[in-house]
Design a protein around this ligand. Structure first.
Ligand code: HEC
Length: 234
């Protein structure tokens, strides 16, 4: 009798343990399966492991490259202050070899394919006697200054569409600054714009400020919303 009872208890105990184990194992398997299934599914739809845009584009978009290089580029004022004036003028004289085929630089020099450039910096645009300027350059008006020369030398056709100057432009701000400095030494000797390092450091921060402001705005807006449901709770 007692033996029978104990063996029944044993069997019941074992069975109970087995059921519990099976149930737990079943849930664990189920959870693992669910997790795997979800990660496969989300992988299919979101490509979390693959960037959508390749780091290096197989093709180059001229304008886009120029623009993306823009923010990293120095300002004209900064570029004009990277080295002593005399060194920058010397660098500009070298870079001027790219212009020589069409221009003369000394005051009163002859016009060639392009007009003489003596006194051009600081002087009125398109003002050399005897040179047949394009109507578009003549229409620009005003005087050549640092910023205008920078834009012109970067891409003449973008700055004055319809210009007769068949020159692609200088993509590096350093080259444009050096050339402007050289032209200026043969021109009006305009003062070099001051460049204060702190001002430049503050400039990008100012550029970012609106982004921070935008980011701050929704946060501010969210704060009262969070506070509102919290208030009635207690
Ligand atoms: C292929 C010939 C050619 C080359 C190279 C060239 N230019 Fe010119 N440049 C011209 C012509 C032509 C004009 C007149 C443009 C017009 O009338 O639209 C001109 C006009 C200018 C002007 C305006 C002159 C004024 O009187 O207002 C400047 C400044 C100038 N060039 C600077 C340069 C510099 C600096 C370089 C070298 C980086 C250069 N150019 C290379 C042909 C050239």
């Amino acid at each position: 009798m007692t033996q029978d009872n104990s063996s029944q208890d044993k069997a019941a105990g074992q069975m109970g343990g087995g059921d519990l184990f099976n149930t737990v194992a079943g849930w664990v398997l189920f959870a693992a399966g669910l997790g795997l299934g979800l990660s496969i599914l989300s992988g299919k739809y979101f490509h979390g492991d693959k960037p959508e845009r390749p780091e290096q584009l197989g093709y180059v978009i001229e304008g886009a490259v120029e623009e993306s290089a823009g923010p990293a580029e120095m300002t004209m004022a900064e570029a004009l202050n990277t080295m002593p004036a005399a060194e920058l003028i010397a660098a500009g004289e070298k870079a001027y070899s790219k212009c020589q085929s069409c221009h003369t630089i000394d005051a009163g020099g002859a016009n060639g394919i392009g007009p003489n450039l003596g006194g051009v910096m600081g002087g009125p645009v398109a003002s050399k006697a005897g040179f047949a300027y394009s109507a578009e350059l003549k229409a620009l008006g005003g005087n050549w200054d640092w910023d205008r020369m920078n834009d012109w030398l970067k891409n003449p056709k973008a700055y004055v569409s319809g210009t007769k100057m068949s020159f692609a432009g200088l993509s590096k701000i350093e080259d444009r600054a050096a050339l402007a400095m050289y032209l200026n030494s043969k021109g009006a000797n305009l003062p070099v714009p001051a460049f204060v390092a702190e001002a430049a450091a503050a400039a990008p921060a100012e550029g970012e400020a609106p982004a921070e402001g935008e980011a701050a705005a929704p946060a501010d807006g969210a704060a009262p919303a969070e506070a509102a449901p919290a208030a009635p709770a207690p």
